[in-house]
Design a protein around this ligand. Structure first.
Ligand code: FAD
Length: 505
């Protein structure tokens, strides 16, 4: 029998760091639905924010910036935990071998990103996430108490009298595994949109499973649209031009090659992401053009190539030299602030079920995440989840009571095209500035799709599992957004602008 003390669904930064922090006495299974490095953690460019051996900085200043970016909707207790414990996890990552860039004097190079008042972002050039993910993978693979299954899709989970049962599809076969404790670390929901920076795994599976179990889901309509994804609308996965490019002095320009942020917000290019994304949409409506650019050509070419080697290479591959050419950009879906509601130990509202990383809602991000706070959140709260489980596991039951899943044998495949339909609805109704006139219509269409998928009996395969997750996530987002719009005059997710120095045209 596949019985474990703890099953962790997800092998990104949150899942792996959770596994690392669990007691070596516990028998742990970590699952990834595709290859291990295919996750949002691997894609993170800018870095991990936190005050670690920085006398000029302080957790209070970090908290202040987090609150300003988050529209003061942040959970104060969770944010205190985040900023005060950042030093523990940044220190631990360094100890485990994460190679953060250093200056000539040997101290760490802390970079600046939009919304931060201090240089406090630890980074590995512009591929910090991959550095962290591979460091954690190397560490966790060596742990004798941890089993890792990759290319294993968790199709569903059930609560049992002794914990949880998971139905998985591994090497074409259905497998059941049981645990006393479960951590959902399944990442984001980007694939519910046509255009996203997220990796292919980001279909919200963990959120949908938790929702079906009855866990509280919070602020799922709090979606972050990154202002500067590379504008290549021929591909669904949009390559990100990191915030750090603006942090290092790049200008945002409109279709006429003119800077425009001074008309919207006095923080200019370094305003928080939601402000910049909204400004781009306002400016697009004003000029009638969706052509926007990031321009860093005024900086030393050598510096650009060394500071952004990955971005430089990726752009070069599509014929753009960022040392001499402006980079075409446009906002796209990037991050989810809401998710499975958890407390400061990552406990969901279901006993013994934990959630951490992007699929969780700790409340630290308010309505708009401050750059580089999500890797930090993934580490701080997965460590705290592990600490809580380590304590509770001392009195956990010894036996397992497996759930018998219905395998839908000989059932047909789901009808073709649901995922495409859902993505089109989301792009049309809820992209940066919600389309209030279309919300109800979109919600009705998504509800119809979800009803078919929830009530119909279809072959349990990746297409079905992910389409059902996307429909569930879209349904929750649009229901929440519709409620906000009906109850107030305000549009959901409107950022707080700081009065510009120049008039708004
Ligand atoms: C392009 C990009 C750049 C970013 N840059 C930064 C940055 O500079 N700094 C920062 O702080 N944040 C950044 N972020 C955000 C940050 O990377 C993510 O929020 C964070 O890494 C999420 O980690 P996670 O462990 O929660 O999820 P992920 O790393 O996405 O991992 C999810 C895991 O869940 C598994 N999974 C999902 N569903 C299933 C299933 N049904 N069955 C089995 N396994 C499943 C996946 O296989 C994967 O292993 C960036 C994000 C993107 C997309």
């Amino acid at each position: 029998m596949n019985n474990f003390d703890v099953i962790i669904c997800g092998a990104g930064a949150a899942g792996l760091y959770g596994a690392y922090n669990l007691s070596r006495d516990l028998n742990v299974l970590v699952i990834a639905k595709r290859e291990l490095t295919l996750c949002n953690s691997s894609l993170a460019q800018g870095g991990i924010a936190g005050v670690y051996r920085s006398p000029a900085d302080s957790p209070e200043k970090h908290k202040h910036d987090t609150f300003v970016a988050g529209g003061f909707e942040n959970d104060p207790a969770a944010t205190d935990v985040l900023v005060n414990e950042a030093c523990i996890d940044i220190g631990k990552l360094i100890e485990l071998g994460a190679d953060f860039d250093k200056k000539e004097d040997g101290d760490y190079h802390r970079t600046l990103e939009g919304g931060h008042g201090m240089h406090r972002i630890f980074h590995h050039a512009d591929s910090t996430g991959f550095e962290i993910e591979t460091t954690l993978l190397e560490t966790v693979k060596k742990l004798p108490n941890v089993t890792i299954w990759e290319n294993t899709l968790v199709c569903d989970m059930a609560k049992t009298p002794t914990g949880f049962s998971f139905l998985m599809l591994k090497d074409g076969e259905y497998i059941t595994a049981n645990s006393h404790f479960a951590i959902l670390a399944t990442g984001g929901i980007g694939r519910v949109y046509e255009y996203t920076t997220n990796s292919a795994i980001a279909t919200g599976d963990g959120i949908a499973m938790a929702y079906r179990l009855g866990a509280e889901i919070k602020n799922l309509s709090y979606i972050q649209f990154h202002p500067t994804a590379f504008n290549d609308h021929h591909t669904r996965e949009c390559f990100l031009i990191s915030e750090a490019v603006r942090g290092e002095g790049a200008y945002l320009k409109n279709c006429n090659g003119e800077r425009f942020m001074q008309h919207y917000d006095k923080r200019l290019e370094l305003a928080p992401r939601d402000v910049v994304s909204h400004s781009i949409i306002f400016e697009a409506n004003r000029t009638g053009s969706k052509n926007f650019y990031l321009d860093i050509t005024h900086k030393d070419p050598e510096f650009i190539r060394n500071r952004f080697p990955m971005i430089y290479k990726n752009l070069k591959d599509v014929g753009i030299d960022m040392t001499t050419d402006m980079i075409p950009i446009y906002p796209c879906q990037h991050y989810l602030m809401g998710g499975i509601k958890v407390d400061t130990y990552a406990r969901t509202t279901i006993p013994d079920l934990y959630a951490c990383g992007e699929c969780s809602c700790t409340g630290v991000h308010g309505n708009n995440r401050l750059a580089s706070n999500s890797l930090l959140e993934a580490h701080v709260f997965s460590r705290r989840a592990a600490a809580d489980i380590n304590e509770k596991a001392k009195t956990a039951p010894k036996a397992y009571a497996p759930h018998i899943f219905d395998l839908h044998e000989n059932a047909p495949k789901i009808p073709h095209g649901y995922r495409t339909q859902i993505r089109a609805i989301m792009q049309n109704t809820y992209f940066v500035i919600p389309n209030v006139d279309e919300l109800m219509n979109g919600l009705e269409q998504v509800t119809d799709i979800l009803t078919v998928l929830d009530n119909g009996v279809f072959e349990i395969n990746r297409d079905y599992v992910e389409a059902r997750s996307l429909a569930t996530v879209a349904y929750i987002i649009l229901t929440e957004a519709f409620k906000i719009c009906s109850e107030s005059e305000e549009l959901p997710n409107m950022p707080i602008f700081e009065a510009p120095d120049e008039d708004r045209y």
